[in-house]
Design a protein around this ligand. Structure first.
Ligand code: TUI
Length: 304
């Protein structure tokens, strides 16, 4: 069974809960367009999250989700707020949400942790996850080691709950490939970055559209926090210093606040423009409904 049937939504598509980007109005617009909109709590505190959930509820009666980024220092309070607000879905990223699972399940929320490997997927199935989002390293932002092609079938074989594929998916062909790997839905972030409704600075969207296939790089491997971003002057300097063995404090100077600088100020030269490897295939800014209609049309015409 496809995930849209299980959740009562039109398309089997989750919008990745992008930190500092996916606010309540955006998530509502995506849910209205037929996918599952997800508020990215990553760059927020608990009060901001409560406010964005209210905005989302005011704008849509359709199900939506909240992504709790587990490295956020306010994650405990945000976990409680999401539980209290009774959102339909919670996704998590960048860590193990085990300690929140009982609270969320008791609140009747369907929890889909994002994992980048099989071991955590198994553990979270045992802790009561409704489904698993298996995210390959084609994704933008914080990533694991494995590609979507290698990761998804291994997670599908390891668990009995539904698996959503994420990373490297922005077309009907890629969605068909994800289903062939055993996924019952997809999650896309980069594809929605270039939607008309996405509240990132126009420069950010234009940078994604201008990117070529090899336009992304991974910073932070030496620090143990790999993050995929579009190549720019800051990234080239960062990678040079990283290769020369710069210490973490020195590298930190480049990353502190750099995502916000790109998202809010449109500084795509020294800001951190998180985006996935599919950037090279995104060519225009379109309304989310049109993006989704095209995705489904292409998917239905795939012959394998
Ligand atoms: O979380 C993401 N992507 C993100 S979060 C983010 S905000 C940020 N900003 C600056 C620096 C770093 C992050 C931007 N993009 N995706 C989900 C994801 N989760 N990918 C990989 C993982 C993951 C990694 C390790 C999940 C679990 C995990 O397990 C660790 C453990 O405890 O077993």
């Amino acid at each position: 069974m496809r995930i849209n049937e299980l959740l009562g939504i039109k398309y089997p598509v989750f919008q990745g809960g992008m930190a500092n980007i996916s606010d309540g109005a955006f998530a509502a617009a995506i849910s209205e367009a037929g996918a599952l909109g997800i508020i990215g709590a990553g760059g927020m505190n608990a009060e901001a999250l409560a406010e964005q959930i209210k905005i989302c509820k005011d704008r849509t009666d359709k199900p939506f989700g909240v992504n709790i980024m587990l490295m956020n220092p306010d994650a405990d309070r945000m976990a409680e707020i999401a539980a209290g607000e009774g959102v339909a879905v919670i996704t998590t990223g960048a860590g193990n949400p085990g300690k929140y699972m009982k609270m969320w399940n008791d609140a009747g929320i369907k929890v889909f942790p994002v994992v980048s490997g099989v071991a955590l997927a198994r553990r979270l199935e045992d802790s009561g996850a409704f489904g698993i989002i298996a995210e390959g390293c084609e994704s933008g932002g914080h990533i694991g080691e494995l590609t979507t092609m290698a990761l998804v079938p291994q997670v599908v074989d390891a668990v009995k709950i539904p698996v959503i594929a994420a990373g490297g998916i922005a077309s009907g062909r890629q969605m068909a490939a994800a289903f062939a790997l055993g996924a019952c839905g997809i999650q896309a972030g980069t594809m929605f970055l270039v939607s008309s409704e996405c509240p990132v600075h126009e420069n950010y969207k234009e940078a994604v559209i201008a990117a070529r296939d090899t336009g992304t790089a991974v910073t932070g491997r030496s620090a143990g926090a790999p993050v995929r971003v579009l190549k720019n002057a800051m990234v080239r300097e960062y990678l040079k210093l990283e290769k020369e063995g710069a210490d973490l404090m020195e590298l930190e100077k480049f990353t502190l606040g750099s995502l916000r600088r790109a998202v809010k100020d449109g500084d795509t030269k020294t800001g951190s423009v998180m985006a996935g490897q599919v950037s090279g295939m995104l060519k225009e800014i379109r309304p989310a409904a049109e993006i989704l209609e095209n995705l489904m049309k292409e998917y239905e015409n795939v012959r394998i």
